[in-house]
Design a protein around this ligand. Structure first.
Ligand code: ATP
Ligand code: MG
Length: 408
């Protein structure tokens, strides 16, 4: 991408009402634009980060046999009434809207109901199961507080996966597969060493659910951990029964704050029963379908990673999700010509700062935007066929042969 050709400008100041670090930095660096509290637009740099996060999730889910769909955001209240979830006392986060023809529609806060209902068209026999179906979709929730930048939006991007099984054993087996896939996803996103599978309340049908919590000073959740025993639990399940269950005592636990980046639930018949999703087993008996659901907060993840990997100068993206690999700057006539040549060969992975600005301003923006490798080709470095490479993460600078830049 040529910087001169995008509408994005970096900003010296974040909006006054943007108190969260992730929101402020991502806005200043040109990744997002705030529409109003809890509602953000994703700009060209931002969408590249989102797409990189999605690609990693998609890759790991496809590997365990999941298939992708895109369900509607507008919701039919009838379905949600069947599960008792259209009521504002059950789910207090609905945005509802009036139909001009009369009646009310909801904007999806999640998708258990419509997908379960949809599958009645496609599932009738045990031979049709199991199914693992996911999407990347915009959710709408009328959150009470939305002051954490993109960590908590009223409109946000979620990956939601739902699984459908003939038996509890089969659900348990797949649940374990997802646990492992989530581990690989967070590892690849660069937050593997700070993201922990955490015991959380399970609702009615299983003792626990599991959350994936990234330790983070501004995280909204409080969790307790014991590194030696590899136990992390949410404060909502910190009680004597659970402690006995997990074989750990209160004074062996340390408290910290964390952001929930994902969670997984065994739902059993919670939605299949009221919505009537059944299958015929080998004896042709009608049975309820077993279900599980598995979320990841895609836009929240971008915020968590921005919070985690940043310094006083700006963002520091892990390479796997950075919007570009190279932040390219040419200095002097010959240096700029050589930079153009490099750009023509590596357009897709390069942000070429070809704006008519002083090098100092471009360097400051490179630090703010946080691309892993700043590559400067000047008349001087070019004499030896070199480029000056600065690693955003460590600040380390070295000279690299231009034809060896690809190996970085
Ligand atoms: P939270 O406790 O943070 O409200 P939740 O339990 O309501 O989360 P789910 O409904 O299970 O979350 O959604 C799955 C994932 O979507 C969560 O693990 C989280 O990462 C993300 N998420 C939930 N609510 C929001 C939000 N308002 N803004 C951004 N991401 C969210
Ligand atoms: Mg919530």
């Amino acid at each position: 991408m040529r910087f001169s050709k995008t509408f994005i400008k970096t900003l010296r100041e974040a909006p006054k009402d943007e108190t969260a670090k992730n929101g402020a930095l991502l806005t200043r660096a040109g990744y997002i634009h705030k529409e109003m509290a809890g509602v953000y637009d994703y700009l060209p740099f931002g969408i590249r980060v989102i797409e990189n996060i999605k690609a990693i999730i998609r890759d790991e889910l496809n590997k365990i046999g999941c298939e992708e769909v895109l369900l509607s955001a507008l919701q039919n209240p009838e379905l949600w009434e069947k599960t008792g979830r259209f009521s504002d006392t059950e789910v207090d986060v609905w945005f509802k809207t009036e139909l001009s023809a009369g009646g009310v529609l909801g904007l999806a806060p999640t998708h258990e109901e419509p997908l379960t209902n949809m599958l009645k068209t496609y599932v009738s026999s045990y031979k049709d199961l199991p199914l693992y179906i996911y999407q990347f979709q915009t959710k709408f929730r009328n959150e009470l507080r939305a002051k954490s930048g993109i960590l908590r939006g009223r409109e946000f991007l979620m990956k939601d996966l739902y699984s459908f099984h003939t038996s509890e054993e089969d659900l348990d087996k797949f649940y374990n597969e997802v646990e492992k896939a989530y581990g690989r996803i967070f590892e690849r996103l660069g937050i593997g060493d700070s993201t922990f599978e955490t015991f959380a309340s399970g609702g009615i049908f299983s003792k626990y659910s599991h959350e994936f919590q990234t330790f983070l000073p501004v995280g909204e959740d409080t969790v307790y951990y014991n590194k030696d025993k590899s136990i992390v639990l949410n404060e909502e399940v910190l009680n004597d029964e659970v402690l006995a269950d997990l074989g750990v005592s209160r004074d062996e636990l340390t408290e910290t704050t964390a952001a929930e980046v994902g969670n997984i639930f065994k739902l059993k018949y919670k939605y299949s029963e009221p919505l009537g999703l059944k299958f015929a087993d080998e004896k042709n008996e009608q049975k309820n379908v077993y279900m599980g659901c598995y979320g990841i907060g895609v836009s929240r993840l971008m915020g968590v990673i921005a919070e985690k990997f940043s310094d006083e100068k700006g963002l520091v993206w892990p390479e796997a999700i950075a919007p570009f690999k190279y932040h390219l700057i040419g200095i002097g006539a010959e240096g700029t010509k050589a930079a153009e040549e490099f750009y023509n060969k590596h357009e897709e992975m390069t942000l070429f700062d070809d704006r008519d600005l002083r090098p100092g301003e471009k360097f400051a923006d490179a630090e703010l935007i946080g691309i892993p490798f700043r590559v400067v080709i000047s008349d001087k470095t070019l004499k030896d066929g070199m480029a000056e490479v600065t690693l955003r993460k460590s600040g380390e600078t070295k000279l690299v042969k231009i034809e060896e830049l690809e190996e970085l």
